[in-house]
Design a protein around this ligand. Sequence first.
Ligand SMILES: NC(=O)c1ccc[n+]([C@@H]2O[C@H](COP(=O)([O-])OP(=O)(O)OC[C@H]3O[C@@H](n4cnc5c(N)ncnc54)[C@H](OP(=O)(O)O)[C@@H]3O)[C@@H](O)[C@H]2O)c1
Length: 359
Amino acid sequence: MTDSRRPWRVVQWATGAVGKTTLRAVLDHPDLELVGLYVYSDRKAGRDAGDIARRPTTGVVATRDLDEILALDADVVLHTPRIGIPYESCDAEILALLESGKNVITTQGQHYPIAHGADREQLFLDAAHRGGTTLFGTGINPGVVVERLALTATGMCLRVDSVSVREVVDASGMPSPEFVFDIMGMGSDPTSTELLEGPLPTLYGTLFAEAIRYTTDRIGVSVERIEPDHVMYPATRRLEVRAGVIEEGTVAGTCWRWHAIVGGRRFLTLSITWIMDKELPGLTDSHLWSVSVVGVPGIEMSIDLVDPPNPDGRLTRAEQYATAAPVIAAIPLVCQAPPGMFSLPTLMPWHPSLSRAQA
Ligand SMILES: NC(=O)c1ccc[n+]([C@@H]2O[C@H](COP(=O)([O-])OP(=O)(O)OC[C@H]3O[C@@H](n4cnc5c(N)ncnc54)[C@H](OP(=O)(O)O)[C@@H]3O)[C@@H](O)[C@H]2O)c1
C-alpha cells in the first residue's frame, strides 16, 4: 500500500481518558480522517466528535449502534473501551470489527493471545483472515515497557539471571468511579479473599501474562508456571480522590505481582502497583517504571513521564499520551500488514542458546 491511501480512515471506539487522547490525535493529524465514533454513554451518543473532544465540529456523530460502525468504510478502529470482567468480554466486538474488514488496534489487551493457548489466538486469526484484517494490542504497559524496553535491555547482557519490572502509578487523578472502585479494587477490604483470588487478579493475571509470555518467548526460555504474589496497601488516612472517597483501612494501593518460574527459579517478575496516595509507606520515591536485570552486567533502568504544558486546562496526563502514542504510531503499520496478528520486530535480546539465535 502506498501513501496515496492516506488519509487513513479511522473509527474511534470509546472516549474515556485514553480514547479522547487518541480521538484528538486523529482529529489533529493531517494523515488521519475520523469516519466514525462509538460511545457507551447516553450523554455522548448523538453528539459531534468535535464537541466530545473539544475540537471544531467534524460532522461525525457518536453512536451506540454497533451495526452503524460495522457498515462504515474504514481502515482501522482504535478500540479503547474500559477493560471488563471477564477479560474476554470485548472479544465479540473485536471479532465483528475484524470480520467487517476493519483493522483493530486495541488498548484492551490482546497483545499476545497465544499466551492463553493456540485456540485463543486462532479465534482472532480466523476473524482476521475472513475480513482480510489485522489485530494489534498495544499501549505503554502492557505494550512497550516490558515487551520492548526491558526485553531490549537484556541484549546488553552476556548472561541474564533474572529480570524484574516494577510499575508504580499514582492513580488518584483517575476520574471514573467504576474504574477506580470496581476494576482497580480501591476502597475494598484489603484482607478479603475475593480481592486476592477473585475476578480482579484473574483479569490482571490474564492481561499481564501476555506481556510475560511474549518476553520469555522472545528470550527463548520456557516458563514452568506464573506465580501470583499480590500485595494490598491499606489507606493510612481518609482520602478524597477524583473518583470519590477511600476510607482509612480500605485498599488505597494494589500491587499485582507475578513471578515467571524458569528452571525452578524466578526468572521474570512483573509488579503493577497502583496507588491513590503518594505517601503510602515504601512507595514515596518510586519511579513510574523500574527495570532491573540481574546478570553480566546488571542493568538498572528507570523511566518517568513528564506531563506536557497544559495551557488550556485539559486534564490529559502523561500516561494517557504515552498509551495513545503507540496506538497512533501503529496505524499505518497495522493497516499495511498482512491479515492476522500484528507483531512488532524485536531488537536482539539476550537468549540462553546461541544455536537458537542462528536458527
Ligand atoms: N496498555 C496500556 O498501557 C494501557 C494504559 C491505560 C489504559 N489502558 C486500557 O485502555 C482502556 C481505556 O482506558 P481509559 O483510561 O480511557 O479508561 P476510562 O477513562 O475509564 O474510559 C473508558 C471508556 O470506556 C467506555 N465504557 C463505558 N462503559 C463501558 C463498558 N461497560 N464496557 C466497556 N467500555 C465502557 C466509556 O466510553 P464513552 O465515554 O465513550 O461512553 C468510557 O469512557 C482500558 O481498558 C485500560 O485498561 C491500557
